[in-house]
Structure formats: C-alpha cells, structure tokens
Design a protein around this ligand. Sequence first.
Ligand code: CA
Length: 239
Amino acid sequence: MGAKILIVEDEEKLARFVELELKHEGYETDKAFDGRAGLDKATENDYDLILLDIMLPGLNGLEVLRRLQKEKSTPVILLTARDAVMDKVAGLDAGAVDYITKPFAIEELLARIRVALKLHLAETAGHQHDQEQTEGVLTWGPLRLDEPRHRVTYGTHEITLTNREFLMLKTLLSNQDIVLSRETLLNAVCGYDYVGETNVIDVYIRFLRGKIDDAFSIKMIHTVRGVGYVIKTWEGDNP
Ligand code: CA
C-alpha cells in the first residue's frame, strides 16, 4: 500500500480532485473539510503526510498545525492563498515541511509530496539508527550486547550469560579484529588481582561458544593458536 495522506481542505471540490489524483498515484487518502475534524483525524490516525489548507472554518490551518505538532511529527504541507506571505512564514515557523500556493498544478503538488515523504522517511530511519547506536550497546551482526541493561540478544533470542561470560563477550566485542591474549581477557574478566591459571579463560570461552556459536550454528569466537581469541568484524554472513 502507498503512503497514507490526509487532505484537510474546506473547498470540497478541490479536496475531491486532489484525492482522485493521489489515489491515481497509488496513495491512500482520507479527507476532512474543516479544521476541527482535520485535527481530530490527524491526532487519532497515523498518516504519512498531511495536506493542510490554511483558511479553514472552525480552526484555521496554522492553529491545527500548532496543536498537531505537540502530539505528532507527521509532516505537513500547507496549502496557502496566493498572497499570504505571512501565513507561509508562520506555517514554516510552526513546523510545516513545505507549502504550495493555490492554485497549483497537480504535478507540482505531487512532486512536493514525494520530496516530503522521502525526507520524512530518511529522518525516521535516522532516528532508528541513533537508537541502535546508543551508548553501551555493542553489536556483531544480529548479536547485540546492551551493557546498561545487562542484556544479550541474538536476533529475537535472549541469551542468558553469567557476569564473567558477559564481561568476556563485552571485551571481545569491543575489540573486534584484535586478538586478545588470555592474560588480557583474564584481567578484563577476573580483575588484575586474580590469582590463578589463565586457562580459566578457555573455560569461559567454551561456555560462550556453547551459548552462542553452537546455539546459533555460527562461528563468532576464533582461536588464534599460541596467542588468544578474537571476534572478527561481522561481514554480512557467517565468517
Ligand atoms: Ca480554504
């Protein structure tokens, strides 16, 4: 299904004409003929874009825009009268992404709609990306180690690790492509004052492999003979 667009326009003929054109382009549409109804629909439903006339009965377009902005980030293109320069400025100030002056050629409106949708999509994707890169989160392909929440997941699977296994995985993940010696790992996992054999590391590696490599049939942790262990950078499929 195409993007869903709400048309808020009191000139019903114009609203219907725009709706027909949008449907023809493959968009889903909805209409409101006054400001109040427009605001209600815009708040209750999730549209990808709103075409909002400024001169509306009930609530005017700018007021609809201001109130909507407090609730949602739906992109809005304003439909303005020819000489309403102040409206355009106020509209953009209030958060509209664009405006188009009436009367407009439908091709121009369609072009602006495409741009606004693309921008909004890129912005939304950007936000999601930001969230994935939150502090304290390490990833390796589908594996995700969330340090603040002390949580490890592989895709949708939750992996339960002991504190030391968690520390070990964290150390390896934050040093991808670097071979870590047993001593380095031991210091990271057990602390510098740990007195004991470094082969305890081999035991933790075995536990980790059982819970991750074996459980998901992947090869994440590599042994480098005579040196130590490494997780190589994820390269799309199982290395
Ligand atoms: Ca109007």
